[in-house]
Design a protein around this ligand. Structure first.
Ligand SMILES: [Zn+2]
Length: 395
């Protein structure tokens, strides 16, 4: 027994002499072989299905199971993803189901044990209305999920706030799901704007907080106020507006409010921004409540202006040095080393520090030495002068 879960093992000949005699193929040694254990499975009863509301209103069905031990954990709850998953597997309430967990993977339902049905099983009825706010659910043609489209839905609000402070969004250190839920229950949070007007004295008095944590939280929130726009845009929970789209949009605007004035035509001018996202952003800014929340945040000191980080050029696949590696050597005459590296990066290249088989371009300044010699010896590196480089990247 191990104190941790393993999903397989490698069996090796432990004699060096045997290893040498077995030798190896071009890919593997012949003296070692990997075994993967079969995924661990168990059967249990599907008791109930709960419907959870996500941050953009997507409804996720979650199976409640009779608790069952599986590969070291007790499983009592498993995501069913969406309605199609339930229909395709023909799952029914009361079914005995086969549950599987391989390695660290989240447990999932493989299938119902149809042969064990006794006729008492019931169909899983997908709700037509949001389980929290009761608005009618809609399902877009190209999407698997049913969604609650009510922007005031309480369930979404909580998820949106959790997303807003999360690492990929505003990245507010020490502010996570449990704090959001706690402050929400205390009635301190009604929108993401409220995150920027917390009462730190009251927080300091909370059990488990204290002066120091409250001060740290305040510092983290103050820092987040200065975030680049791409983080802020991603933090707004506009469906399909991820970090990547946030960066693309942030590079195009001077101020968040620019987006409010944009029409479809303006979005269409941007590569990689599709019609669905365009529609979602336009709808977001048409909603007065969202505009109010934005105004709130702006007046509370959240940065709305493009930062230097946002300006970073988005490199497209047809950039002149897209996907290439580059290295500068010797003394550059027309530009500083940093400037040169930034130009290379803007043209899609990655700066690396040594001459090797991985290097595509070596840019040679005056008095170049050993790096040039090594590159010449390799014969695989394209060697350019400073002027040739500038011509390649367009100045
Ligand atoms: Zn709802």
């Amino acid at each position: 027994m191990y104190p941790y879960e393993i999903d397989g093992m490698v069996v090796k000949a432990n004699s060096l002499e045997l290893q040498q005699r077995a030798g190896s193929t071009t890919h593997h040694p012949r003296w070692a072989i990997a075994f993967k254990f079969k995924a661990k499975q168990a059967t249990t009863k599907l008791l109930n299905v709960e419907f959870q509301v996500g941050k953009v209103g997507s409804i996720t069905p979650v199976a409640k199971l009779e608790p069952v031990a599986l590969a070291g954990v007790t499983v009592s709850s498993v995501s069913l993803h969406n309605e199609d998953f339930i229909r395709n597997k023909d799952l029914r309430l009361g079914d005995t189901v086969l549950v599987e967990r391989a390695g660290d993977v989240i447990p999932y339902i493989v299938k119902p044990m149809e042969e064990l049905r006794d006729g008492s099983e019931r169909e899983i009825v997908f709700p037509t209305n949001c389980p929290v706010c009761k608005s009618e659910l809609v399902r877009a043609e190209d999407e698997a999920a049913w969604r609650c489209e009510n922007p005031d839905c309480e369930a979404q609000l909580l998820q949106r706030m959790i997303h807003h402070v999360s690492k990929n969004a505003m990245d507010i250190d020490g502010f996570g799901e449990s704090q959001i839920e706690r402050f929400y229950r205390l009635g301190w949070l009604h929108s993401i704007a409220d995150i920027y007007r917390l009462d730190y004295e009251a927080i300091a008095k909370l059990e488990g907080f204290g002066e120091k944590s409250a001060t740290n939280l305040r510092a983290a929130i103050e820092k987040a106020k200065k975030n680049p726009l791409y983080r802020f845009l991603h933090s707004l929970t506009i469906h399909h507006l991820g970090i990547k789209a946030g960066k693309i949009l942030a590079a195009e605007i001077e101020n968040v409010w620019d987006l409010k004035d944009w029409d479809e035509e303006r979005f269409r001018q941007i590569k990689d921004i599709g019609p669905v996202l365009t529609h979602n952003v336009i709808r977001f800014f048409q909603n007065e409540k969202n505009v109010d929340i934005l105004q709130d945040m702006e007046s509370l000191g959240v940065n709305f202006n493009q930062t230097d980080e946002d300006k970073r050029r988005v490199v497209s696949a047809d950039a002149p040095l897209s996907g290439k590696t580059i290295l500068f050597t010797g003394t550059l005459v027309k530009m500083g080393r940093k400037e040169a590296q930034a130009k290379a990066e803007a043209a899609g290249a990655k700066n690396i520090s040594a001459v090797s088989g991985n290097l595509d371009y070596l840019i040679v300044g005056e008095d170049a030495g050993s790096k040039l010699k090594k590159a010449q010896a390799l014969g695989t590196v394209t060697i350019l002068t400073e002027d040739e480089f500038l011509e390649l990247v367009g100045g």
